[in-house]
Design a protein around this ligand. Structure first.
Ligand code: FMN
Length: 380
């Protein structure tokens, strides 16, 4: 199983959901970047379970330790090992999955591929694996911010049928066009995103989303949603022209997040219904959305900040769709490994909606891709 992502910045995650620990090893991280466990912890705290009444009640502090690669608050240029010990394991909650694979989880496909599964709770398919991504992504982000001023902000833009309007510089803006508080991707910050447990910057929409999540949870059910992410101040010229296009790497990174089911960049699927005359992003002199070093900017941003696989200096923005959580409390009629039809009522703690906790995971995967591209572009 490949647990390594990236070419120049290589991130390997390790650990099972109810094993001893989870974490990441980062190879290729540049030297002399200020890095402490405290800064990485900020992002891990945004991902951790038990942070509000609408997330799983598994109680993990998710305290990160830096085992190597950093001394006196600076990276050494050697592999950085980041570890988070699991504390609140309850493997017995998952005993039933030895005989009945959970519908739409990874129990069945892991069993077919490996003939053995982790003792509990999804093993590597659990969202605990994303601890390593977030720890490594937080480090990658510090490098991007320190050296290039890159800012990455993700937020929940829809939950079930409740969505917010987003002003993205596209000819057709996504989300609810009647929304009063449209979210401007040029100014949105993490402080604004974190004002409510849903991580949706529109307070009214967030309230409706919270009610919806509580309703489905009380019904023993789950619900899906969409996360929008913007990466600002990415210099023009990062990316590759063919198979490792910047948007292709972002798509791979996002689609590798558990429960991700869709990826759209810029105008995305809405662009398919437009004419070229509406969709093209005409050039104008630098300034505007481009950093000063780039001679030209674009008037609109249907491209989502990437053309020909290479960043053009405009904000890179994309959306990731997440399915409703597979583990639900409601009874489901399904079939066990012996082929007998049976009823499954899952025990175990789970997120009724994964998006609030997936926000830092999306930001982290974006940071890992961009840091990899920065190193390819010649930073050393
Ligand atoms: C932040 C986050 C939290 C998640 N929490 C749960 C959960 O509590 N229960 C569950 O069944 N799946 C949860 N998932 C999704 C599963 O890990 C995922 O559906 C499973 O690995 C199967 O993979 P797939 O959905 O990508 O096919 C979560 C995903 C993320 C990103």
């Amino acid at each position: 199983m490949s647990s390594t992502f990236g070419n120049y910045l290589r991130v390997t995650t390790f650990g099972e959901s109810h094993g001893g620990a989870v974490g990441a090893v980062i190879d290729g991280f540049p030297a002399n970047i200020p890095l402490t466990a405290g800064v990485i912890q900020i992002q891990l705290d945004r991902r951790r379970p038990g942070q509000s009444s609408i997330t799983t009640q598994r109680d993990e502090a998710d305290t990160v330790e830096i085992l190597s690669g950093v001394e006196n608050g600076r990276s050494l240029g050697t592999p950085i090992a980041l570890v988070v010990k699991n504390k609140d394991q309850r493997p017995n909650d998952y005993a039933i999955t030895n005989t009945i694979p959970r519908p739409s989880h990874a129990d069945y496909t892991y069993m077919i591929k490996y003939g053995v599964t982790a003792k509990s709770g999804g093993g590597r398919a659990s969202a605990r694996e994303t601890v390593g991504r977030v720890a490594a992504g937080a480090a990658a982000e510090i490098f991007l911010r320190e050296k290039f001023g890159v800012e990455i902000v993700a937020f929940v833009s829809s939950t079930g049928d409740v969505s917010v309007g987003v002003d993205s510089g596209c000819s057709v803006n996504s989300g609810d066009s009647s929304s009063k508080n449209r979210i401007d991707i040029n100014t949105i910050t993490r402080d604004i995103v974190d004002r409510n447990p849903i991580r949706c910057p529109d307070p009214q929409a967030a309230e409706s989303m919270e009610k919806l999540i509580k309703r489905v949870r009380d019904d023993g059910d789950s619900i899906g949603g969409v996360i929008t992410c913007v990466c600002r101040n990415v210099p023009a010229g990062w990316g590759e022209p063919v198979f490792q296009k910047l948007e292709a790497m972002l798509a791979q990174a996002m689609m590798s997040i558990p429960a991700a089911k869709g990826f759209e960049i810029g105008s995305g699927f809405a662009g398919a219904a437009m004419r070229g005359s509406e969709h093209n992003d005409p050039f104008t002199r630098g300034g505007g959305q481009c950093p000063p070093a780039a001679p030209l900017a674009t008037k609109t941003n249907n491209s989502g900040g990437i053309q020909g696989g290479i960043s053009n200096g405009a904000p890179i923005y994309f959306r990731v769709a997440f399915k409703p959580t597979a583990t639900i409390g409601k009874e489901q009629i399904t079939t066990d490994y012996q082929g007998n039809e049976t009823v499954l009522k899952s025990a175990g703690r789970h997120d009724p909606c994964v998006t609030p906790r997936a926000v830092p995971v999306v930001e982290s995967m974006a940071a890992i891709v961009l840091a990899d591209m920065a190193l390819r572009a010649g930073y050393n």
